[in-house]
Design a protein around this ligand. Structure first.
Ligand SMILES: [Mn+2]
Length: 326
């Protein structure tokens, strides 16, 4: 099925059903919540019933998204007839909401992860899109619905958070034009950027300082490695949300080509986050361990001890860097 056929099949599904459960991914980010809430606004605007479901409560930082307070946990979901999964590369990303997907009458996915193999009945997957929100913008256009002020806040959020404020290599003239279009229609980009990038809790700033002052360089400085234990998080009174963005700080170190951030989870596993400066495909490494992501940003969960987790990831990153350098 080509992109246009898939888009039309999504529209058919929207027209055919009256109630929708919109699934977002675990460790919710700006793109999954932005696209979920923009699809929610679209459906509600069409007189449909809809709910946005997320495994975890909406992170504090995304509390400004219109209708963020209406996002429900899987156990509180009404489980409507048609599921639309947004920004979810595979079904494991739903976590406790997977049964909602399995029990739905109809399933559709809107996504931009190239690793998405098409697990739903209708799969609109465009790896060329900067963000899932970009595809949602197209959906509004295809349905001839104006992007409301609320929807624009959501769509803009997904685009800027997935493109590093319109600067990463996935940024396209097309998504910048979408932003320009929404800006022209009154979108307050100054306020949203302050919410996303310049409203950092004190605890988070202190935690970042701690982790970054202990980071190590490997492979002649080309690999940056930072780790964080549950004990350290407790010492700082930090939440999972406070750990967001640390891996990007590691990547930004001058000599670093690939950044690795390993955080201990409360269940004893390790969450490995990877970032690359366009000289290695870290999505490939994450895929090897059952994770996912993109060439420049990816992640996975390791059940190995910390020392093994570090040894494995450093070996794989070295191999990946060597392959690019040759
Ligand atoms: Mn995304």
């Amino acid at each position: 099925m080509n992109d246009l056929d898939a888009l039309n099949a999504i529209i058919e599904g929207i027209n055919e059903y009256d109630s929708f459960s919109i699934l977002t991914h675990v460790s919710p980010d700006g793109d999954t919540l932005g696209s979920g809430l923009a699809v929610y606004a679209l459906l509600v605007g069409m007189g449909k019933r809809a709910e946005v479901i997320c495994e975890e409560p909406v992170p504090h930082i995304y509390g400004y998204l219109p209708n963020a307070d209406k996002v429900v946990l899987p156990q509180d979901a009404q489980c409507f007839d048609c599921v639309i999964a947004v920004d979810c590369a595979d079904k494991q990303r739903f976590k406790k909401a997977e049964h909602i997907f399995e029990n739905a009458c109809h399933t559709m996915t809107i996504d931009h992860h190239f690793t998405n193999k098409g697990y739903a009945k209708v799969n609109l997957i465009r790896a060329d899109a900067s963000a899932t929100c970009e595809i949602v913008f197209d959906l509004y256009r295809a349905l001839d619905k104006p992007v409301s002020g609320d929807a624009a806040i959501c769509i803009y959020t997904g685009i800027v958070t997935d493109t590093g404020n319109l600067t990463y290599s996935n940024t396209t003239p097309r998504c910048i034009r979408m932003v320009a279009d929404m800006y022209e229609n009154g979108l307050n980009i100054t306020e949203i950027n302050r919410n996303i990038y310049r409203t950092i809790p004190y605890v988070k700033t202190r935690l970042q300082g701690h982790v970054l002052s202990n980071m190590k360089l490997e492979y002649d400085g080309r690999i940056g490695l930072a780790t964080l234990s549950v004990g350290e998080m407790k010492d700082y009174g930090a939440s999972n949300e406070d750990c967001e963005g640390i891996v990007d700080n590691v990547r930004d170190v001058e000599s670093v080509r690939v950044a690795v951030f390993i955080r201990e989870g409360r269940d004893g596993t390790y969450k490995v986050s990877l970032r690359s400066k366009e000289c290695a495909d870290v999505g490939k490494i994450a895929g090897k361990y059952g994770g996912g992501g993109h060439a420049a940003a990816a992640g996975y969960t390791s059940k190995e001890p910390l020392s093994t987790t570090i040894a494995n990831v450093i070996r794989d990153v070295k191999e990946e860097l060597a392959a690019y350098e040759n």
